[in-house]
Design a binder for this molecule. Structure first.
Ligand code: FAD
Length: 317
């Protein structure tokens, strides 16, 4: 069953989570530990992020620097295959415009189809760290919707050069990203909703939100999306708050606000253990309210938060 069918078939709020491929050279065991910790809560699917390569500069000691390209977290396709085979849980690799040419994307699609991995999250991807504005790779794409078009053509048996695929495999199904507090580059929320609607019309079966800590932002976004005619599931993406440093890091990185009540509770804490407990309690309350609202699924961002998510899942599932 593809992700949208798994979500729709579930009578209760479904559980799913996102993991990152291991840092280059660190092995896959830690990642398996994450899945082993969370699998008892019956994840319907597991997302695996994709990370573009970045430039690194090596000091050659003679006043010169050598520029290299490094992918710190390679292996998305292999990790997806390993998860699907080892755990028999649907794997959803992320597929990006950022850092990939159309040809590279086509080969990724072929690999995934051979491996029986046909659920994707289609994204533009983060810009490279050295860029001030997003720049596509070679003949790559500016926006997720352009990548959707390539995938749709592939599903219809057409390669990017226009030639026909002789043996057409199982079609890819996919979701896309959305931002209850607006994407950082969007002039306003209505513009973001306009493009989300286009992505849905182009074939996205569901949307997963950027993380948020204020449910009213999510409810308002869903309301606007429904009024705009977007009817697909809008899956809340959630990450328990963990340490005081995140008071500035989370707004900076994810372009979201932290509610004043959460901020005040965090500031009262004497150490990060107490902050973690505040984060767990906030997350439980958030999830319970989302469940009462009737969200079909809650998607957890696991990075640095596995233990907290376990505590939350224990209470709400
Ligand atoms: P787009 O849909 O292209 O939207 C980007 C902006 O452009 C928005 O403001 C939108 O309104 C606007 N827009 C969209 N289409 C058009 C158009 N045709 N013309 C003009 N404007 C348009 N990043 C990674 O690098 N790797 C990951 O694995 C990853 N996983 C993520 C998972 C989730 C659930 C989320 C929410 C984000 C993830 N990101 C990831 C980050 C994401 O790639 C960035 O936020 C990126 O800047 C935008 O991606 P997008 O797919 O929303 O882009």
């Amino acid at each position: 069953m593809k992700v949208i069918d798994l979500i729709n078939a579930n009578k209760k709020t479904a559980f799913s989570f996102e993991i990152l491929p291991p840092l280059k050279g660190t092995g896959i065991e830690k990642l398996y530990n994450t899945i082993d910790t969370l699998r008892e809560y019956d994840p319907k699917y597991i997302n695996i992020t994709t990370h573009r390569s970045e430039y690194t500069y090596k000091d050659l000691g003679n006043g010169l620097f050598q520029r290299d390209q490094l992918r710190r977290r390679p292996g998305t396709v292999a990790v997806a295959a390993a998860i699907q085979n080892k755990y028999n849980i649907r794997a959803v690799p992320h597929i990006l415009c950022s850092g990939f040419t159309r040809e590279e994307t086509e080969y990724v699609l072929l690999d995934l189809q051979f491996l029986g991995i046909t659920d994707l999250l289609v994204l533009r991807g983060d810009k490279a760290k050295h860029e001030s504005v997003f720049t596509p790779e070679g003949n790559g794409y500016f926006h997720a919707i352009d990548l959707q078009e390539q995938i749709n053509k592939f599903n219809n048996g057409i390669f990017i050069d226009g030639s026909k695929i002789k043996t057409v495999g199982t079609s890819f199904s996919y979701g896309v990203a959305c931002y209850p507090e607006k994407h950082e580059e969007s002039p306003n929320i209505d513009s973001d909703i306009y493009w989300l609607k286009k992505k849905v019309e182009a074939g996205a079966e569901y949307a997963v939100t950027q993380l948020f800590y204020d449910n009213t932002k999510y409810f308002s976004f869903v309301d606007k999306a429904r009024k705009a005619g977007i009817s697909v599931p809008i899956i809340p993406g959630i990450k328990p708050f963990k340490k005081t440093a995140q008071l500035s890091m989370i707004p900076k990185t994810f372009k979201v606000d932290l509610p004043e009540a959460l901020t005040q509770e965090v500031l009262k804490c004497k150490n990060d253990e107490q902050v973690q407990q505040v984060g767990i309690e906030w997350c439980i309350a958030q999830c319970k309210e989302l469940m009462n609202y009737g969200v079909p699924s809650i998607h957890f961002y696991t990075i640095s938060a596995v233990d907290s998510i376990k505590e939350v899942a224990k209470t709400i599932y």
